[in-house]
Design a protein around this ligand. Structure first.
Ligand SMILES: Nc1nc2c(ncn2[C@@H]2O[C@H](COP(=O)(O)OP(=O)(O)O)[C@@H](O)[C@H]2O)c(=O)[nH]1
Ligand SMILES: [Mg+2]
Length: 395
């Protein structure tokens, strides 16, 4: 049966949740859970050589320009003298901490550094280098490892190095990157010459070209280093930078669907004459708008929209008009509500949560509508990303 795979998945998610929390105050607790990604706190510590591109990285990952009012100050002579935190633009609970380098006046040695910076309060560390990792970096890594935190080594400004080397007739980019990686690795050793890290933890990036080299691999690695709840929160907080991240967003959004569907079913259980259908649509419209912003579909009239080809513009415009008001979402829902599919889902849901039985049809239809909509939006978002990427390449 075509629906079996995913109906079983929702069935499991619903069962687990209801098993754990019961069904009392279900509306309140699900509404809270849907918003909870914004409440997860996280601190990413960014440290290393001055001028190595730390502040520029913070701006790049936050998706803002170096010259924005909110941006971390960057420049050849701009040095961070005390730890400064930068909020994520869409989620202020996520903080990137621009930490001063060890060996600067206020932090002459590792001991003073650890005491003032309080390493244990961070979730992960990024260590930037100008050209090679030094003994002090290695001591810091040992310390970070001893408190069981994850760390990544970053060589930024790869664009600069590639540009400089390109002048040579024998230039081979892959060989050059491999050599930089090997050189970094050679210096990442403790006093007993034991390797402190492997190649996987070294990232060659450019803050000025985040869609090239290993910027995206670094984003994925940071996400993978976090516990699930922090990972999901960060995935939803990041702007779209790559197809991989887009797919991760879709996965996280899919895991929310049953909650939205349960809320819509909950409304149906307590019928408020003339209100329940409208309330459902408000909830669903809000969620579909969330998909649209999460997947980075541009609004009509924006420069991002203008750059797309005509066919993609048409697809994006269709989504824009759909989410413009609840009645358009209602029309969309009516078109995709499938009796057969809904009955299929309903059969799974009723035995699981008796209280939801009366709203099981509403659950199924909401779920199917959201699923269909997200899948369509994902396809369009991939096109948008591809075309935006092609435009960057042309620059
Ligand atoms: N070409 C290039 N320049 C960069 C890159 N990252 C930073 N820079 C430049 O390097 C200088 C120092 O960067 P900044 O982020 O302030 O370094 P920080 O001291 O480690 O915070 C600035 O002029 C940046 O514009 C990069 O990836 N590529
Ligand atoms: Mg700086």
């Amino acid at each position: 049966m075509a629906f079996k795979g995913w109906t079983e998945i929702i069935a499991m998610q619903v069962k687990e949740y209801f098993g754990q929390y019961g069904v009392s105050n279900i509306n309140e607790s699900l509404t809270k859970k849907l918003k909870s990604w914004q409440d997860v706190e996280m601190k990413i510590g960014i440290t290393g050589d001055s001028g190595a591109g730390k502040s520029s990285y913070i701006n790049a990952i936050r998706g803002i320009d170096d010259e924005d009012k909110e941006a971390a100050k960057t420049g050849p002579r701009e040095t961070t003298v005390k730890p400064t935190s930068y909020d994520h633009p869409t989620n202020p609970k996520i903080k990137f901490w621009d930490l001063p380098g060890i060996g600067t006046t206020n932090y002459p040695d590792l001991e003073t550094y650890c005491e003032k910076v309080k390493l244990e309060t961070y979730n992960a560390f990024l260590i930037f280098t100008n050209n090679r990792f030094t003994e002090i970096d290695n001591k810091l890594v040992k310390k970070i490892r001893s408190i069981d935190k994850r760390f990544f080594f970053i060589c930024a400004k790869i664009d600069q190095e590639v540009r400089a080397e390109k002048r040579k007739r024998s230039f081979n980019e892959d060989a050059m990157l491999e050599e930089i990686r090997r050189d970094c690795l050679k210096n990442l050793v403790d006093e007993g010459s034991n390797q402190l890290s492997n190649e996987q933890n070294i990232f060659l990036i450019s803050n000025h070209y985040p869609d090239k080299w290993e910027f995206d691999r670094l984003t994925q690695a940071i996400l993978d280093a976090l516990p699930t709840y922090q990972r999901e929160s960060l995935i939803l907080s990041l702007g779209i930078l790559s197809p991989d991240l887009l797919q991760r967003k879709v996965q996280v959004l899919k895991r929310r669907m049953w909650m939205v569907a349960s809320l819509s079913a909950g409304v149906a259980v307590v019928p408020l004459p003339g209100v329940s259908a409208a309330t459902d649509l408000v909830l669903i419209t809000r969620e579909i708008r969330f998909y649209k912003s999460q997947l980075g579909l541009p609004d009509k009239g924006t420069p991002g929209f203008a750059m797309l080809c005509v066919d993609t513009q048409r697809q994006v415009a269709d989504f824009c008009s759909m989410v413009a008001n609840t009645s358009n979402v209602g029309v969309f829902m009516a078109a995709y509500a499938s009796q057969q599919a809904a009955e299929e889902v309903t059969r799974f849901i009723i035995p699981l949560v008796g209280l939801l039985a009366a709203g099981a049809m509403s659950f199924a239809n909401t779920y199917l509508c959201l699923k269909h909509c997200l899948e369509q939006m994902e396809q369009t978002a991939l096109l948008v990303h591809k075309e935006a990427f092609q435009n960057v390449q042309k620059d």
